[in-house]
Design a protein around this ligand. Structure first.
Ligand SMILES: *Cc1c(COP(=O)(O)O)cnc(C)c1O
Length: 250
């Protein structure tokens, strides 16, 4: 994919998000776009970051895009080559405890916290660094067994425990929407995540006040997510094109 294509596609994604916001009376700056960079070359990610900066220089009201990586190996391979542009990286895939140190060299946030032991490990690693680490609790709203995340019924308790750990700032909740062609099913899952968020923030438990974030919606379902209150949408293929099939050569 050429830089021009990436720039055009990124602009289209910002337009989709803007239109989805307008449709439900939300402001265009209320939803941030995170670019899911898995399998993508540094050059194409750089093109997207530069295109995003140009859009804002030209008056776009959107906040700078975030970058998200699923695999720590890819994060540590790409981040140094993009450091001159100072992007904000989030980990958006399952994080093994032996990869925490490597991830934290680059990531300002971890969206995929689904168990207490990972949160404890993160807390231990960051408590001395002064700046809190933003964490999201990943919830498996669809119940699909292939999906990472805590079940909705256990999410509030995990979130409250995570929020109380030193060095961590509970920033919100993340989910991957149901793999369904039925928009009602997809939206119901996103509404479920919002309900978990409202329960936790409303509890008044220590450290939960900032947990208003909802990272939900991807290339195919971002409109439904924005309608249900997403504050971050995570987009890969809509900007970068199709990824190579798993196992494909190259
Ligand atoms: C790949 C990925 C995305 C983006 O998916 P697209 O369908 O390509 O937009 C979002 N979130 C997570 C966790 C991902 O792994």
């Amino acid at each position: 994919m050429s830089s021009t294509d990436v720039a055009q596609r990124l602009e289209q994604v910002h337009e989709r998000v803007g239109a989805a916001c307008a449709a439900v009376g939300r402001g265009p700056g209320e939803v941030r776009v995170l670019l899911a960079t898995k399998t993508m070359d540094v050059a194409v990610v750089r093109a997207a970051l530069l295109a995003d900066a140009r859009l804002r220089a030209a008056g776009s009201p959107t906040a700078p895009v975030l970058l998200g990586e699923n695999r720590v190996q890819e994060l540590v391979a790409k981040a140094p080559d993009l450091a001159d542009l100072s992007p904000t990286w989030h980990v958006i895939g399952p994080l093994q405890s032996n990869k925490v140190n490597a991830a934290l060299r680059w990531a300002a946030g971890v969206e995929s916290v689904a168990d207490h032991s990972l949160a404890v490990r993160l807390s231990q690693r960051v408590r001395d660094r002064g700046v809190p680490l933003d964490v999201w609790v990943q919830v498996n709203v669809s119940g699909e067994p292939t999906k990472h995340g805590v079940p909705p019924g256990a999410a509030a308790e995990l979130a409250t425990d995570v929020a109380a750990l030193p060095g961590l700032r509970l920033a919100g909740f993340m989910t991957i929407g149901a793999r369904s062609a039925d928009e009602h099913v997809v939206r119901a899952g996103f509404a479920r995540l919002r309900a978990v968020r409202d329960e936790v923030v409303g509890s008044g438990a220590p450290g939960t006040r900032d947990a208003r974030g909802l990272s939900m919606g991807m290339s195919s379902d971002l409109e439904a997510a924005v309608a249900e209150g997403a504050t971050v949408v995570r987009v890969g293929t809509a900007v970068f094109g199709a990824r190579p099939a798993p196992g494909a050569a190259g």
